[in-house]
Design a protein around this ligand. Structure first.
Ligand code: SF4
Length: 205
């Protein structure tokens, strides 16, 4: 096969990423259909379960990079279906506080990564999985720095993270939350114990 200079590697990578996004979107649509919800409604329910999530319409909108109006419509439907309750703030009536109902909590807890996706990832070698994790972290940071996605609760953004604290070790990084060293393969992208560095706001409300 001859190298085709008219189709540079950047474009091929972008095409590949689009294919992956399409497959993940398909699986997530199917999962939400199984719960008789839209993909956005299911994302709101699972977002509200996260430790440290801002449980307001504005906070969820920021977390999902959507407008408050879009989130508000989905929230109204979730309230009607009995997955959420919504209360006006006592200090600021413009802020709506959200909480999962027992039914919403059960649904959020029942959500696990799609089996097909997990199986596919397991076909990668250990080294490929670790390399993919590092590439994803780098891409996510790049998107964050360009303001395209909100700050993720990942080690690279975390107050407790000390990168390369033990440079000659197989576990070079240190997590100040659990006070333990860890390696690249244990880097987290969505950590329940994440804490934003002082001065960094995760969301406005
Ligand atoms: S608390 Fe979580 S996100 Fe923060 S450094 Fe430890 S493992 Fe990483």
């Amino acid at each position: 096969m001859r190298y085709d200079e008219s189709f540079p590697i950047e474009e091929r990578l972008l095409f590949g990423l689009e294919q992956v996004v399409q497959a993940v979107g398909f699986l997530s649509e199917r999962r939400s259909r199984d719960c008789a919800l839209s993909a956005l409604q299911l994302r709101i329910v699972t977002t509200l379960l996260k430790k440290g999530a801002k449980r307001t319409v504005g906070g969820v909108a920021e977390e999902l990079s959507l407008t408050p109006a879009t989130v508000s419509d989905a929230v109204a439907s979730l309230v009607r279906k009995g997955f959420l309750s919504k209360k006006q703030g006592t200090e600021d009536a413009r802020v709506s506080h959200l909480s999962l109902s027992p039914r919403g909590k059960r649904l959020a807890l029942s959500q696990t990564a799609p089996g097909e996706l997990v199986d596919l990832i397991r076909t990668l070698s250990k080294g490929e999985r670790e390399s993919l994790l590092l590439v994803l972290i780098k891409l996510i940071r790049g998107f964050q720095e360009r303001g395209m996605i909100p700050i993720a609760r990942m080690c690279a953004n975390c107050r407790f993270f000390s990168p390369n604290a033990y440079p000659d070790s197989v576990k070079p990084h240190h997590c100040g939350f659990v006070e333990a060293p860890f390696g690249d393969r244990e880097l987290r992208i969505e950590c329940p114990d994440y804490a934003a560095p002082t001065g960094l706001k995760m969301s406005k409300q």
